[in-house]
Design a protein around this ligand. Sequence first.
Ligand code: CP
Length: 318
Amino acid sequence: MTAKWTRRHVLDTDDWSREEIEIVLGQTDAMLEILSRPIRRAPPLRGRTVILFFAEASTRTRVSFELAAKALSADVTNITASGSSVEKGESLYDTVRTLQALGGDVVVMRHGSSGAPYFVAERTDAAVINAGDGWHAHPSQGLLDAFTLRGALGDLAGKRIVIVGDVLHSRVARSDINTLVPLGARITLSGPPTLIPTAWRCGDLPPGTSYEPDVDRALDGADGAIVLRLQRERQESGLLPSLREYSRVWGLSEARLVRMRPNAPVMHPGPMNEGVEIDAAVAHGSRSLIEKQVTNGVAVRMALLYLLAAGAPLDDRP
Ligand code: CP
């Protein structure tokens, strides 16, 4: 591989080249090998400190970054909004200065405000990884979804993937588009018009994507589906008639599954509202890659930590 890794932070993948995505996916294969060993540990981040700063709830992302950092022998410390001085009103700026003083080499952060990781990246010497900011981006999820889909489907060139559900509030949808389209996939977005960004619904769509308001038509002949969580905590009232109606019209049921190509995989970033956007039989059925996504998430996050913090001192990076 001739491309070289030059990123100091991972804030979004919207300006990444295909080569940069391939570097991460290639490193992920190497990290899976480490995770297959009897002792799942390697030394490249020995002496480095990774701070997990999660100001919003998380299970998968936080735990997988912690396992990833430990598998690479980093020291890890956790800060959450609840139980930290953020709860006492400490500003994001003062929290950043504190993280800096604590000597973190990498700050992995989740925040409810879009752009918060950019604010931190501009004010610290540490490498910053965005672990989800508001509606904006969730780059490590996009990368692990690409890795998982490629594991199931092989080359993604020309493959048609349906992203269905609450696209409007979904940082996962945006990051999936940013990673899957450069790898050659075509994306069909589907969901209630009230949960699709207005510009996209009116035809001003990201390259490589289309919008199909009828979910059954969207699924016809698709190579795979990514079901999005209905993000009720981010929604204004009045966007949906009822959860029952949403499930009936938009939910991925076994009856809808047969519209896709035989064995077309189903993914969901989690946490799931089972019985709302996805039926339990689909979520836990033979086509589901949902647990595989979680497992792959550790290896993808190891790859990101390795690329940002191993090797040359961070200060020598552009
Ligand atoms: N997919 C995802 O971000 O899950 P968590 O909110 O549990 O981290």
